[in-house]
Design a protein around this ligand. Sequence first.
Ligand code: CP3
Length: 375
Amino acid sequence: MSDQKPSQVSESVGGVSEELGARSGLLPASSGSRFVRACLRRPVDRTPVWFLRQAGRYMPEYMAVRKHHSLLEICKKPELAAEVTITAAEKLDVDAAIIFADLLLPLESMGLPFEFQAGEGPVIHQPVRTAEDVARLRTDKTGDLIYVAQAIEKVVAHFKDALGIIGFTGAPFTLASYMIEGGGSRNYIETKKLMYRQPDAWRLLLEKLAIVLRDYARQQVEGGADVIQIFDSWVGALCEEDYREFVLPVTTTLVREVQAMGVPVIYFGVDSASLLPAMKETGADVLGLDWRTPLDVAWRDLDYGCAVQGNLDPITLFAEPELIRNRVRNILAKAGGRPGHIFNLGHGIAPGTPVENVQAVVKFVREYAQEMQHG
Ligand code: CP3
């Protein structure tokens, strides 16, 4: 049961409480999907569950579509993107469907084409390295990304109110890091060089990204997304001081602009334990937790001032069901029935994960809820 006082729901940092209150006000106390209610720290009948990368290469149905279409083709054809999204959510019987798309799609609309090279991940051929490169980036072509909103419309038409529908964008830092490095990175040397040595170009880059990501999120909300998740996957590369100085202000602007569209925001990063209190200052409704921090410790350190999502190690899904069951139950016990927990992994499902183990997690989450209700 909840030990949370109702007043805590509206207690939040930096004036966000009023916005949260306004958004919550849109939702009568007894309504809203289980998932959306949990995002707003409302009581739910049982903990909602969904998975990062729930539609992906571990799933045979996805691979069957991939046999005939590239990743970008699937993203850009609303029928295909919707089909992949729906199939995964139904097969797993989860409480939310995340739209099938990719983090990097906005780069193309800003004038930076990229491709996925087999085994290498994304490659951006002309990385952003100078103030001139930043000046050239466009912020007026976000309409090109409308296919994502169109896919969301189809998913909403299919599920109606039965599931929460999640739209998503990258966060300014994580997208900037791809633009500057030209792909994934180990040490983020080029990214940090631009940040430290050309702070004006850095700020302009992040501001341009925030404009595009806001407009992109708006399209998705207009398409029917109930919640927007902002992926700051690689923010853990930063120390708190750099995060606060170079990333937090623009990210806060983005989070609040998306919330002003009337939807809750989930803000997620990996390796982020030391940054969580600063990340909370964005005012995000939910923080995604990676698996390295115990959920109870992380939530307490956040003063229970936001909802939390997570945080099973995705590689646990390669273990035997009995171990998985224990780990799922331990996470639910750490959440302690407090309103505002969404069960998820600490990062995306890895290729090769047995599908039945993912399905088993959903079963374990529900089984636990039943036991709690019936003693
Ligand atoms: O159900 C879902 O979550 C699928 C939708 C989705 C994809 N990418 C499709 C995809 C989502 C939410 C993403 C987000 C994404 N993309 C992130 C943030 C999430 C995270 O993991 O932190 C990042 C960093 C990217 C960029 C990206 N796209 C990478 C690094 C890769 C992996 C390359 C590789 O080969 O492993 C991709 C490719 C990608 N995007 C795949 C999928 C299902 C797998 C590749 C494929 O189908 O060919």
